[in-house]
Design a protein. Structure first.
Length: 266
């Protein structure tokens, strides 16, 4: 094989790989800086990013005193000015009278928020990698549990899109065959923990994520100010021709050049 032919083959392979990927990564920030319409257990609030994506938040808790052994129920998502989102569960009248329990906490019950990401243009679910979380308030400590729904085909999948989470036990949600991947983040209980905190999710992607006070712990009280998600997107079009299509045309031209050189050497 001549050098020219080697070079052409390598170029074609490289261009083909690029054309099939055709994706770039974009950070999208979702700010929880306002209350939305709808209240009471099971309310759902939707927040938009500037890049054309949305996330819908719902509150949950394993209010075992209400429904038996650690079964999950909807709770009330609430907004607190300057702090962000908290959770008021069904234990004790939505916890209005108990200090700090209107936050997302794990005192008596484990509170968490379920997030569903979508592309607003298509209305379809959007896989993202959760990059960082930003707390707006904490008390005592700020350890977190992060979950991503990564395997709908798992043998005991707790599928948020098929029947929801209601009625499942917390142990089933975090079980080995639940379909969820767990990440725990430790806080230090000081104002330093209010700084944006890296999730460290690596290449994990999902359109469903959970952020909550650390499961199995007991003294974490937090409110959530914002999330940053990394979203794979197609690059913009240039002169109405998609980048992968342009590369395909170049590849076709290179194939023609290679055949012409081969015919001359024959």
């Amino acid at each position: 094989m001549t050098f020219a032919k080697k070079l052409t083959t390598a170029t074609l392979l490289g261009l083909a790989a690029f054309s099939f990927s055709g994706l770039v990564l974009a950070d999208e920030t979702f700010m929880f800086n306002t209350a939305k319409s709808g209240s009471g257990d099971g309310n759902a609030w939707t927040y938009d990013s500037s890049g054309g994506y949305s996330v819908t938040a719902t509150a949950w808790s394993d209010t075992e005193e209400i429904s038996g052994s650690d079964r999950l129920e909807t709770a009330q998502l609430a907004y607190y000015s300057g702090s962000g989102l908290g959770v008021r569960n069904r234990n004790g009248g939505n916890e209005d009278q108990s200090c700090c329990e209107h936050s997302m906490d794990n005192y008596r019950d484990d509170d968490f928020i379920l997030f569903e990401f979508k592309n607003t243009a298509t209305g379809l679910n959007q896989d993202v990698t959760l990059k960082s979380v930003d707390l707006g308030w904490l008390s005592s400590d700020s350890d977190l549990t992060i979950l991503a729904f990564t395997n709908p085909a798992a043998s005991s999948a707790v599928d948020p899109a098929s029947g929801g989470l209601a009625g499942w036990r917390q142990s089933e949600l975090i079980g080995a065959n639940s379909g969820w991947t767990r990440i725990d983040l430790d806080g230090d209980g000081t104002s330093a923990s209010l700084a944006p905190r890296s999730v460290g999710a690596g290449t994990i992607t999902s359109s469903w994520w959970v952020v909550g006070a650390k499961f199995g712990d007991y003294n974490d009280y937090v409110k959530l100010a914002s999330l940053v998600a990394v979203i794979p997107v197609r690059p913009p079009l240039d002169n109405n021709v998609p980048v992968p299509a342009s590369i395909f045309l170049i590849a076709v031209g290179l194939v023609g050049i290679q055949r012409f050189r081969t015919s001359r050497l024959a």
